[in-house]
Design a protein around this ligand. Structure first.
Ligand code: PLP
Length: 967
């Protein structure tokens, strides 16, 4: 054998790990699909008139080691200072057992949103714990499973109050916001309020006189300066004026302070970041929202509830789905789809690990240190808050410049307020030594402080009424059982083992692009240089982030064919909302603020109409034709009818029907001719990258779901990132931020902020950076081609069993395919039976009944091998056989493996077996399952029962007997 020069190439090139079917397998797949090469297939699948004429201008692929080294060098430009900035972001000690076994564990981070409840009981239980934590600490009856961040949670609370008090009316109304809320929260609330004709009055609650149609008030407790106020009287006034009372609050403080629900709050919001989730320069973190039972149907976001399975055992699943965008569309309670599940899981586990006593100790210690600091500061001649405080002080009567300079020299960040004032917030990680260091910055002599320490400590007492907390919290067994690391590790593992994730098998969810989340992409997320930075740290310390953002923005702009990118929106849905606001601002700037019609094809994702509604756009549906394409005749008619008021078209490309429509350029032209802008939903970018682009096609703005196309894992339902790219004319209108100037800020008529942090969930952007850097322009293009190949291969292999509903011009699908199951209805078989039966075969169902009821939409992605695709197809073909047996009468109509799926271990091993099919058929339907069985934790879940008997916490619920929580 002779050696070749190729041997000198790096051994750890990445593309073959990501898009890696062996050449012989690729040849076979191409043969099945009927094309010679992947290039020929892509040429046939993607319309010629939209193909890019040149390769993407991106750096050539770097190997895994090289890319990591390059990012290390960038990370080293970030400086880790001790942060006392506060403002909703605090340092925290992530317990190692949680970091390694959840945050860094693909068993948790690669799972999908728990729609298939039977194989999601682990994260559903963790989310139920999160809801319990939030309801009990806030003293309200019901909490959802996580919000995108504190600022957006406050904005959602405003919308909730608006719905409750004003219904559909958009007459001028008033929302009062305390000036002592965090500035980024006020910013986001103002952005949300504007299109809805809501006047946001920012002021001092102590002097505010209710006037006009005030439907809600928002206050912060403790406030952004650290002061704690008694809001009871103000809330009485608010209620008398017909307003709902919203409190932005802090879970750690609430372990010591009276719960908002006990002094009149109707809604409580906040962030669970300091429960063990790194600051990460702004995110991702779980926000929370809790409210009274009477407003549960008005709640935004995801909600976990307890129901029962077919065997009568308790089983959890997502509850009250009828509020959500995927069902209610423009009438939904919010546009939230991807949220912050992984971070809510982490926060709940932090509470499980510490328990009520542990949390209280952390809070008391933080408060004690704050109090000691306050006394020391006063002794040094400074002034601090007059009201009670928890962890935050506003220090005045000082030379702020001098103190800040001393702080920076000691690698410490304080909150800048004005020339004679600074703020500081202590946290779980602060020690008495830190307090002494802080005092020295203000010129206080440590020896004098030391001599008084014991006396000072003995003086501190619990909060007095009306601030003292008197009610219990976290009394459920789950919060009082797992306080050693062994117990905690096993609890985490028990839950993990109930959940099917990408560590088990492919999850071929159409539209959701569950591709490889490579380990090398994930490593940097937990590097301290990215994890430990406060989002409002001085720019001088965050140059590494700035460089990474700058490169990523440029790369994404090149990939989308746009002039600029904003990294602020922290989910696809938020990107839609941000993009539509950009369009709105653009029309306004041209004196065309009246344009308010948003055309949306009927096949669109529910977030599209829900986001349009948030901008107060009127949604006008556009029909689809028999081939799944936009009905151009109908589109023309709607454009003509609404030309004068046309704001935008929202279009997904390739369509949610999995087809590259050939008329897309014409469609864009029609919209532009009528003065509208084209919003492209970029969820299907996995079929575009390197072959075409939204900008090239003619769109004006699009969002990217970085958790779909660009490898951020789905986290069991979040986090994600939804940056937007925009064409030149829209750049001046991109999101801004109240605290941190963004580089698009020069001039322009910015809409304000859409996320609490300037670059959204900044720390997970490293994942997409790594992906693009390791794939390079050729690798990215090939990924798209293989995504198309894999989808067409599946479509062909299953064609004789389940017909593909829609195909494009060359009889090809794009990167996903919709399979038809409706004809089986006449035999009593539903697509849901197939979804549940797939669990017995070790698979998560593809997307069910979206965008067409009674179908499955399969998106294999490029990162599955032929071996895995075949195994999946074999499972579906075997299920087809089981269905045919039912249809022919060979199997009983009601008592067959489909109707009783999924089969739990308990059901299969039970003494009683009342089925005509064997236990083996039930549990080991194919060879693979014998070698490696994934057991669904519960039998089929009864959804209706759970919604009728809503239980959303693990307290006060007789039925709740989780094997994990039970002794
Ligand atoms: C996933 C998806 C969205 C919503 O994105 P999130 O990140 O979940 O908010 C919007 N449109 C389509 C077509 C999608 O598949």
């Amino acid at each position: 054998m002779s050696f070749s020069r190729d041997l000198l190439a790096p051994l750890d090139t990445f593309e073959r790990r990501h898009t890696g079917s062996p050449a012989a397998d690729v040849a076979e797949m191409l043969k099945t699909v009927g094309y010679e090469t992947v290039d020929a297939l892509a040429d046939a699948a993607v319309p010629a008139n939209i193909r890019l004429k040149r390769p993407l201008r991106l750096p050539a692929a770097a190997s895994e080691t090289t890319a990591l080294a390059e990012l290390r060098a960038i990370a080293s430009k970030n400086k880790i200072f001790r942060s006392y900035i506060g403002m909703g972001y605090y340092d925290t000690a992530t317990p190692g057992v949680i970091q390694r076994n959840i945050l860094e564990n693909p068993g948790w981070y690669t799972a999908y949103t728990p729609y298939q409840a039977e194989i999601s009981q682990g994260r559903l239980e963790a989310l139920l714990n999160f809801q319990t934590l939030v309801t009990e600490l806030t003293g309200l009856q019901i909490a959802n499973a996580s919000m995108l961040d504190e600022g957006t949670a406050a904005a959602e609370a405003m919308m909730l109050a608006h719905r409750v008090k004003l219904g559909d009316s958009h007459d001028t109304s008033v929302f009062f916001v305390s000036e002592k809320c965090h500035p980024q929260t006020i910013d986001i609330v103002k952005t949300r309020a504007k299109p809805l004709n809501v006047d946001v009055i920012v002021g001092d609650h102590r002097t505010y006189e209710f006037a006009g149609k005030v439907f809600g008030v928002l206050l912060q407790y403790p406030d952004t300066t650290g002061s704690i106020h008694d809001f009871a009287a103000f809330f009485e006034k608010a209620h008398a004026a017909g307003a709902l009372a919203v409190v932005a609050t802090d879970l750690l403080a609430l372990t010591l302070l009276k719960a908002p629900g006990e002094f009149g709050a109707d809604v409580a919001v906040g962030s669970a970041q300091r429960f063990g989730v790194p600051m990460g320069f702004g995110g991702p973190h779980a926000g929370f929202l809790a409210t009274k039972d009477e407003f549960k149907r008005q709640m935004p976001g995801r909600l976990v509830g307890v129901s029962k399975d077919t065997h009568g055992n308790p089983a959890m699943r997502l509850a009250l789905g009828t509020r959500e965008q995927h069902i209610r569309r423009d009438k939904a309670t919010s546009n939230i789809c991807t949220a912050q599940v992984l971070l809510a899981v982490m926060a709940s586990m932090y509470a499980v690990y510490h328990g009520p006593e542990g949390l209280k100790r952390i809070a008391q210690r933080t408060r004690l240190l704050t109090k000691l600091l306050a006394d020391g500061l006063v002794a040094s001649g400074a002034k601090v808050n007059a009201e009670p405080v928890f962890d935050t002080l506003t220090v005045s009567g000082i030379d702020a410049a001098k103190v800040t300079a001393a702080a920076l020299a000691a690698k410490i960040n304080l909150r800048a307020v004005n020339a004679s004032t600074v703020g500081l917030s202590l946290d779980e990680t602060t020690s008495i030594a830190d307090v002494k260091t802080l005092l020295s910055l203000f010129g206080r002599d440590a020896a004098a402080f030391d001599s008084q320490l014991s006396a000072l400590i003995s003086q501190l007492e619990d909060y007095a009424p009306p601030f003292a907390r008197t009610s219990d919290y976290l009394t459920a067994k789950v919060f009082n059982s797992f306080h050693t690391e062994h117990e905690m590790l096993r609890y985490i593992k028990r839950l993990e083992q109930k959940d099917l994730s990408l560590v088990h098998s492919m999850i071929s969810l159409g539209s959701c692009t569950m591709k490889l989340n490579a380990t090398s992409e994930m490593f940097p997320v937990t590097w301290a240089e990215f994890g430990k930075l406060h989002p409002f740290a001085p720019a001088e310390q965050t140059k590494g982030y700035a460089k990474m953002f700058d490169q990523l923005e440029k790369w994404l702009a090149e990939i989308t064919g746009f002039a600029a990118v904003s990294l602020q929106p922290n989910a696809g849905s938020q990107g839609e909302y941000a993009g539509l606001l950009v369009i709105r601002a653009y029309h306004e700037s041209r004196g065309e603020g009246h344009r308010n019609i948003c055309l949306i094809p009927t096949s669109a994702h529910g977030t599209n109409p829900a986001s349009a509604a948030m901008c107060n756009f009127k949604v006008v549906p556009v029909a689809c034709d028999a081939n799944g394409n936009i009905d151009v005749t109908d589109l023309k008619a709607k454009v003509t009818e609404h030309a004068a008021n046309l704001a935008a078209l929202m279009v997904t490309y390739p369509s949610t029907h999995g087809v590259f429509e050939v008329s897309i350029k014409t469609i864009c032209r029609l919209i532009h001719e009528a003065g509208g802008q084209v919003y492209m939903d970029g969820a299907n970018m996995n079929a575009q990258v390197g072959l075409t682009s939204p900008g090239h096609i003619g769109a004006d703005v699009c969002h990217l779901n970085l958790h779909k196309t660009f490898c951020i894992p789905h986290g069991g339902g979040g986090p994600g990132m939804g940056p937007i790219g925009v064409a030149k004319q829209l750049v001046p209108f991109l999101p801004s931020h109240a605290v941190v100037p963004l580089h698009h800020d020069s001039g322009g008529n910015h809409m304000g902020a859409v996320s609490a942090a300037p670059w959204g969930s900044a720390s997970i952007l490293v994942i997409s950076w790594m992906y693009i850097r390791m794939m390079g322009p050729d690798g990215l293009k090939r990924a798209t081609q293989f995504a198309i190949l894999n989808a067409n291969y599946i479509a062909k292999r299953l064609a004789n069993h389940f017909p593909v509903l829609y195909k494009g011009a060359s009889e090809l699908v794009a990167h996903e395919c919709i399979l038809e199951f409706r004809p089986w209805k006449k035999h009593g078989l539903e697509v849901e039976d197939v979804a549940k039966r797939l669990m017995d075969y070790g698979y998560h169902a593809p997307t069910m009944s979206f965008p067409v009821p009674g179908t499955l939409m399969i998106e294999p992605t490029e990162s599955e091998t032929k071996t895995e695709l075949d195994r999946f197809c074999d499972a579906l073909i075997a299920i087809h056989g089981e269905m045919a047996a039912v249809a022919s009468g060979e199997s009983d109509k009601a008592n067959n493996p489909l109707k009783h799926a999924p089969h739990t271990a308990a059901a299969v091993i039970a003494t009683e077996w009342a089925h005509p099919y064997t236990r083996e058929t039930a549990a080991f339907p194919d060879k693979w399952t014998r070698a490696s069985k994934f057991w669904p934790a519960v039998g089929r879940v009864d959804n209706v029962y759970g919604d009728r008997n809503l239980v959303c916490s693990c307290i006060g619920m007789e039925a709740y007997a989780s094997p994990s929580a039970a002794s």
